[in-house]
Design a protein around this ligand. Structure first.
Ligand SMILES: C[S@@+](CC[C@H](N)C(=O)[O-])C[C@H]1O[C@@H](n2cnc3c(N)ncnc32)[C@H](O)[C@@H]1O
Length: 192
């Protein structure tokens, strides 16, 4: 196991998983309700033990999850077993799918990665999505230094995911509040 794998796997084994939601994110429910996300081939990078992959599968999506932590992968494998999705163990920085995805659901993976590695992650997001595909992203707002989770200031995100490659939406969705005062800004970008 690499150091990165060990660190995340240890968090799962020791129950240090304060980021985990008890239910499906209201942002995902909004994107499903307004048609931003429609059944398609969707990737959930850094899926952890989140509820959203199963919710997407039950809504008719073909779901692929990716995570470096074996405990998280085992959880998603069991959750998706009856729905035909795939739960892959792997590193977001090296994952190369056989064909591009129609959509990506990005929830607390980007904010968990070391900031110096974000340009490499952004390049992967662009590689993974077909032109016209949707990046449904929740940008974590911590308002403080350090992490994870790291603060995802929108100006920084616009520089990371620039207009030439990404179409930014001209509308917004309600912020997703966390019990610890953090919140996420949901924005659905389109791959140019
Ligand atoms: C903060 S957790 C979020 C999990 C999940 N998205 C959720 O909302 O509960 C970050 C996840 O990213 C995974 N992760 C971190 N670095 C990764 C990497 N380089 N490649 C794949 N997964 C990674 C961790 O194992 C962990 O499950």
């Amino acid at each position: 196991m690499s150091d990165d794998t060990n660190a995340w796997e240890t968090r799962y084994r020791e129950g240090r998983t304060g980021w985990q939601r008890e239910d499906v994110s209201p942002a995902l429910l909004a994107w499903l309700a307004d048609g931003t996300l429609k059944p398609c081939r969707i990737l959930v990078p850094g899926a952890g033990r989140s509820h959203e992959p199963l919710h997407l599968a039950l809504a008719g999506f073909h779901v692929t999850t990716l995570d470096i932590a074996p405990t998280a992968v085992a959880h998603q494998r069991a959750a998706l077993a009856a729905r035909g999705g795939a739960a892959l163990e792997g590193d977001v920085f090296t994952f190369t799918p056989g064909q591009p995805f129609d959509a990506i659901y990005e929830q607390t993976c980007l904010c968990a990665l070391p900031p110096p590695r974000l340009p490499a992650y952004a390049a992967q997001l662009a590689r993974w999505l077909r032109p016209g595909g949707v990046l449904a992203a929740l940008f974590m707002q911590t308002g403080r230094e350090g992490g994870p989770p790291f603060h995802c200031a929108l100006p920084d995100m616009r520089a990371l995911l620039p207009g030439g490659t990404w179409r930014w939406p001209d509308r917004s969705w309600p912020e997703v509040r966390h019990h610890d005062g953090l919140f996420e800004i949901p924005l659905a970008l389109t791959r140019g």
